[in-house]
Design a protein around this ligand. Structure first.
Ligand code: FUL
Length: 487
């Protein structure tokens, strides 16, 4: 006879375990990814949302946007440079990173490169002992920002620009930047190539073949061998792409996917393609929205009255982050080497608007119901949309490319923003959706849009409501949505 302890074991082995296995095998698996999907470094980049650009060089002192390359290093003389002021201001305004123009098209280097004399080491700045790349990267570390570098491929100072020797020079500089200044999260490869320049005294126009001259694959491999996780920005990525304009506006339809082999300089309407990406794109190369807080990229006193207002910056936030891209906002230090007071004030005002508009998410932990959910399993249920956990999501069965869910707010409230996020680890899917608000016994359509991606923010006329319904009307595969927020 079995003792009662043994009987329990016997019961567990013969009855409960098989039932458990059966129950498990009837579970529906998570949706298969819709390819392509982001790399872990790209995912981290999406989550940064707000990045800052810092343009600083001899142009700041010559009042130019593109230096010719014949500027004397002696003119670079910022007397109060304080990279900590830049980093502190950015941190307080909600930015996650800082990308510095270590060398712009004029070729002047903000660090004492051993490969050129055209640098800060021949400027009066700290008697030639200064290193602004180091100051900036140290300040980033101190304030918890990631650091990125811009190293212009076009160099109007170098005599060897246009020959193979210049590529060795350029790569040597990358070695300096990627080994002496700590982790670099992003490398910005500017596509500008204007032709004429000083070129060591030749003062002529030089044309290079943008498709072949730089031999990018070799350069990217070199950088990856030093820092494997760096994100490369260029028109065609491979990490992130240009958004096609410098106005701060991502496409209303914005796919993170695009086929990079179809991108080439001079292609008709390339800006339009970069702006929207393409639903059937073969690579994940999201758009980065670079725009300056001033009309120019460099500081000019005459533009002090044209600094973008907090409201303008907020609108840019809505057309960049709010359309599933990240914002790369440029703030140029002035001739003192400081962010100008007007710019600082505007950034503070911008961050105050963000806090005011997005301070309290009315949907957090709110009740939510979907018309269906995947396999009727809690793992894919609608409540994942409002649980505040970015790793959980609502998904439908595979045979559906539509679906809707309704959030019930704790009380009638005036709302004017709905924020949606796809679980992009499984790819970007949604092609069209609507948002409705319940009022006086009826649904009113308050917004209609196409793509969602990492984050979509819809702003509409304020409406008093206690229910918001989102309907996905078209998608590449079953919708997988991780978050809804309502403000
Ligand atoms: C452009 C450059 O020519 C501008 O000077 C600036 O650096 C901007 C971010 O990219 O291509």
């Amino acid at each position: 006879m079995l003792s009662s302890f043994k009987f329990r074991l016997f019961y567990i082995a013969c009855v409960l375990i098989p039932v458990g296995v059966l129950a498990q095998s009837s579970k529906v698996a998570a949706p298969a990814p819709v390819l392509p999907v982001p790399t872990p470094a790209q995912l981290a980049w999406h989550e940064m949302e707000m990045n800052a650009f810092v343009h600083f060089t001899t142009n700041t002192f010559t009042d130019l946007e593109w230096g010719y390359g014949d500027e004397q290093p002696a003119i670079f003389n910022p007397t109060q440079t304080d990279a900590k002021q830049w980093a502190r201001t950015l941190k307080e305004a909600g930015f996650k990173t800082m990308i510095l123009t270590c060398k712009h098209h004029d070729g002047f280097c903000l660090w004492p490169s051993q490969y050129t004399e055209h640098s800060i080491k021949h400027s009066p700045y700290k008697n030639g002992k200064g290193d602004i790349v180091k100051e900036a990267s140290d300040a980033c570390k101190q304030y918890g920002l990631k650091f990125g570098v811009y190293l212009s491929p076009w160099d109007r100072n170098r005599a060897d620009y246009g020959t193979p020797a210049y590529l060795t020079y350029y790569r040597n500089q990358l070695k300096e930047l990627f080994t002496h200044y700590g982790p670099v999260f992003e490398m910005w490869f500017d596509g500008a190539n204007g032709g004429d320049g000083y070129y060591g005294g030749a003062r002529e126009k030089r044309r290079i073949n943008g498709a072949t001259y730089y031999d990018w694959p070799t350069t990217l491999d070199l950088v990856r061998s030093m820092q494997p996780n760096v994100i490369f920005f260029s028109d065609a990525g491979p990490g992130v792409r240009w958004v096609g304009n410098e106005r701060g506006v991502a496409g209303e339809t914005n796919w993170n996917t695009i086929s990079t082999d179809t991108l080439y300089a001079g292609k008709p309407n390339i800006e339009q393609l970069l702006n929207t990406g393409s639903a059937d794109g073969q690579q994940w190369v999201p758009a980065e929205v670079d725009v300056s807080i001033r009309p120019g990229w460099f500081y000019h006193t005459k533009e002090d009255s044209q600094v973008k207002t907090p409201e303008q910056l907020f609108n840019i936030y809505l057309t960049s982050v709010g359309r599933g891209s990240t914002l790369l906002l440029n703030i140029p230090p002035d001739r003192r080497g400081l962010f100008h007071e007007i710019d600082v004030k505007s950034l503070q005002g911008f961050s105050a608007i963000l806090k005011k508009e997005f301070g309290k998410n009315l949907a957090l932990k709110a009740a939510v119901q979907a018309d269906s959910y995947r396999g009727k399993q809690a793992a894919f249920a609608a409540r994942n949309l409002t649980d505040g956990n970015k790793e959980t999501y609502w998904a439908t069965d595979d045979d559906k490319t539509t679906g809707s869910f309704t959030v019930t707010l704790p009380a009638y409230s005036t709302v004017q923003y709905v924020v949606l996020q796809e679980y992009i680890k499984l790819g970007q899917r949604v092609k069209a959706f609507t948002v409705e608000a319940w009022q006086d016994g009826a649904w009113y359509k308050v917004a209609e849009a196409t793509t969602i991606g990492y984050k979509r923010i819809l702003k509409f006329n304020p409406i008093k409501t206690n229910q918001i319904r989102v309907t996905i009307t078209d998608a590449k595969a079953c919708p997988v949505i991780s978050n809804i927020a309502i403000y």
